[in-house]
Design a protein around this ligand. Sequence first.
Ligand code: HEC
Length: 187
Amino acid sequence: MKQRIVNVWAALSFIGFVTVAVVGLIMWSHSFNSRAKPSEMEASVAMKAHDSSIPDRYETMKNPLANSGINLVEAGGHYEEHCAACHGDSGNGEPKFHGLMYPRPSNLLSKDTQEMSDGEIYFIIKQGIRYSGMPAFGKPGDDDEHAWKMVAYVRHLPQLTRAEEQQVLQQSQEPMGHEDAPHEHSH
Ligand code: HEC
């Protein structure tokens, strides 16, 4: 099993190199086409590699914060700061910047993501996904509250209302304690 994981990473790193080469070629030959998608095969090989690289114990791990409830706006603020640039404000996988990125950031609203266990989402946030754009966040260990809040937020994304999204956006653009520059006019 361990051996297989190593092989899978070797394969994934190879795919990473190939992807970079292909992306480079596309950029040279076609102008910047951000609509192009990786082939189904490439995507599915990459996803299988992810699945098998997550240690078994994360499969059944539940979010320890699930019952205490999370502060949505606070978690949303962290999401805005660390995740939204790639995964979009709503989590739909549309990056906020118009870059070319392979693999494409996942649609976090999708069945694929939402069917993962809390622990698996936690693991991905903690470890990142090697040779993809998905970075690793937080400190090591299984008790990073910050990361568990992100898991809770990812879980909430499919139910996120427009109003909540606006609230999160507003909050994250106005750091607490900072008022807008005073206006000249009187009220
Ligand atoms: C620099 C861009 C970038 C940032 C920032 C980023 N991600 Fe990702 N993320 C990705 C990419 C790209 C993938 C897909 C990797 C793949 O398919 O191989 C991904 C995959 C994931 C997945 C796996 C989804 C699935 O169905 O496999 C989760 C969960 C996730 N990201 C959550 C987050 C969270 C939460 C944050 C913020 C703490 C975050 N990401 C920040 C680029 C990013």
